[in-house]
Design a binder for this molecule. Structure first.
Ligand SMILES: Nc1ncnc2c1ncn2[C@@H]1O[C@H](COP(=O)(O)OP(=O)(O)O)[C@@H](O)[C@H]1O
Length: 189
């Protein structure tokens, strides 16, 4: 499937606003991939498809997760929207023909991260947080992290800061926090 064909397919799955975000994440992922020496094509595809399941309702996400054999923890049960990442990886494989496990993992962990993130995983995770349409309290800090000279450390710092933003955000709203975000953050200390 070409990139143009994938974009056409995405138009049938997600809203126009979401597609705009997806294209911005793709561009940001490509930029970060060049900055951090990651395969640009893998970053492009992971960025393009990271939210391919975002248009599914909570019920559909739960249904698909069961169908795909994804383990549904208590937090997923309460916040099925979080399932769009692992379900999206399966849809990327089954419906977009992505076979590269490296790309599929970057899609799978783009929301909660993982304690064992590859550089590609971090690039896609961060691209989702800092694409130009995004706003969050520490966005300037996040963008500054990746401008510094020391490559490896800054990417880790930026992902850790993004996790801390997410934790603080849900804490302030009194919402459930998926423990994987905390594990991801701790793994980057
Ligand atoms: N650790 C977490 N616990 C609970 N909700 C979370 C957690 N991490 C992210 N979320 C929420 O899950 C949703 C999807 O997150 P994300 O994939 O980062 O955003 P998007 O799909 O809009 O790019 C958002 O509403 C976000 O706030």
């Amino acid at each position: 499937m070409t990139e143009e064909e994938a974009i056409e397919k995405l138009k049938g799955l997600i809203s126009e606003d979401r597609l705009e975000h997806v294209l911005a994440v793709k561009n940001e992922a490509v930029r970060l991939a060049k900055r951090f020496g990651v395969d640009v094509e893998k970053a492009r595809w992971a960025g393009l498809l990271h939210d391919c399941a975002k248009g599914l309702s909570n019920n559909n996400l739960l249904q698909k997760a069961k169908e795909f054999g994804i383990v549904i923890c208590d937090v997923y049960q309460d916040e099925p929207a979080l399932l769009h990442a692992p379900v999206g990886a399966e849809i990327a494989k089954r419906e977009f023909g992505i076979e590269d496990e490296v790309i599929l993992k970057a899609i799978k962990v783009h929301t909660l991260g993982s304690s064992e993130m590859s550089t590609l995983d971090k690039v896609v995770f961060l691209a989702d947080h800092i694409e130009p349409n995004r706003e969050c309290e520490t966005i300037d800090l996040l963008r500054k992290h990746i401008k510094k000279d020391t490559k490896g450390r800054t990417l880790n710092d930026a992902v850790r800061t993004a996790c801390e933003d997410t934790i603080r955000y849900h804490l302030d709203l009194g919402e459930t926090i998926h423990p994987q975000t905390i594990k991801t953050r701790n793994s980057l200390l």
